[in-house]
Design a protein around this ligand. Sequence first.
Ligand code: ATP
Ligand code: MG
Length: 558
Amino acid sequence: MNDTDSRPSHFIRDIILEDNASGKHGGRVHTRFPPEPNGYLHVGHAKSITLNFGLAEEFGGKCNLRFDDTNPTKEETEYVESIIEDVRWLGGDFGGRVFYASDYFQQLYDWAVVLINKGVAYVCDLSSDQVRETRGTLTEPGKNSPYRDRSVEENLDLFARMKAGEFPDGSRTLRAKVDMASPNLNMRDPVMYRILHAEHHRTGDQWCIYPMYDWAHGQCDSIEGITHSICTLEFEDHRPLYDWYLDQLGVFHPQQIEFDRLNLTYTLMSKRKLLQLVQQGIVDGWDDPRIPTLSGMRRRGYSPEGLRNFARNLGVSKTNGITEFEKLEYYVREDLNRTALRVMTVLRPLKLVLTNYPEGQTEMLEAVNNPEDANAGTRQVPFSRELWIEQDDFREEPPKGYHRLYPGNEVRLRYGYIIKCQNALKDPATGRITEIHCTYDPDTRSGQQTRKVKSTIHWVAAATAIPLEVRLYDKLFTVENPNDVPEGQDFTTHINPNSLETVPAKAEPSLANAQPGSRFQFERLGYFCADKSSTAGRLLFNRTVELRDTWAKLQKKS
Ligand code: ATP
Ligand code: MG
């Protein structure tokens, strides 16, 4: 993760600096990124990845990738593989340290036996409904389970038989004996194990009891020697329980630190809702460029550097907020501006004929590949009598302030000549403009000393143009907060029906060999990325982001 951006300081970094100064962990910094493999990673995870791997790297420490795979019915190998790929793509360096909570199932079981032997865990025969009903509320204490005072021997026997598969799903649980009157509901004899006769994607049918996330998480951190266990704010009131488990076991005690979740306007981040979009076919799979999964953003053309710079500049705090989507686009655009090669492409072509340019003649014009990067060099672009220009760059009746083509007006063709608009041809039946006729001034070739005109437009020579299909994406939701839904409806009510428009376009020949995943600036139009399915025979591009920067403007105003 070697980016040039400075590293903003924040309270978690300060805690680590203090710990290192006091020698708390002997100067060791070991973090982890702990996804549950129940979906693809999204941009919220990018914040956590950037933070965890970034801190490890900054302090010469390590960061593990650990799958919290304690929920066999929702987890799949496909998700594990996609997560590994996405973390790597984003630059998370976990070396060979890919771990799974399921690696520790035996250890967790043995530790549960330790707690039973200490008299602080018991087998409970209440159903999950009964457990919920006796849990109490924020204002009322819970009721002790009638099974709370079972003897150690009976608990050991029943727990072993739970593991051996003697009892049906849901008939019994193992619970921690903490305090049914605790003001913190997480401390009211939480369930540690449930019976679930389900295949696990890694352990198969070896287990029919599974640890609850809260029982597994802190102990997994402890086993791996995690020094700073960084998680999002919703786990703040689980921390006393994690501390309680670790103290009861007397094992290495990582320090949990909570930070704010990333939320973005116009965006849904929950894996459950993303799964619904995928399953209902509202989007084209987990890597649809309209959803905020890392694979979708990759397919759309976001670079890992752009995403990391965004994540790093979000700040880390103790209150959840909402970030403008435009801020993400700002960082994506900033990186692409530095790195993307420029090409000329026309999205909505209109034929333009230079009536005084010799028929059959082609000349090569020199074009700059990236004005931000002198090493990117130049290329030759063919120019001839018939060109494609954007429909938008011609108006029969120019509105006030319009300086592009209209009868009698002059513009410069990018890298080429100054041309003057003479007239437009129309389809007599529809009145639609079919062709523009112009003359060019041979003494105004780009690079020569010449007069100034107010506009420069891009173009593509018709004879050598290559066809391509371009997908223009808009926001998937029509409202800033798609979670906010009227009674009786779900978030799909806010779906934008026009989030995807596909246009047939024309490009200069240099684009013919664009490899899938390569990113370009189409001059004056925005940044575009060759889709994973793009081939030389059928070029397909996704619009990554427009050129216009609304976020920087918003910042200036406020
Ligand atoms: P979701 O609710 O989207 O399913 P999750 O929190 O259940 O997300 P996990 O797989 O458990 O997803 O998350 C792995 C790690 O990423 C956790 O440490 C979690 O705190 C962090 N994380 C998840 N979503 C965000 C977010 N929006 N912003 C910052 N960190 C996040
Ligand atoms: Mg979760």
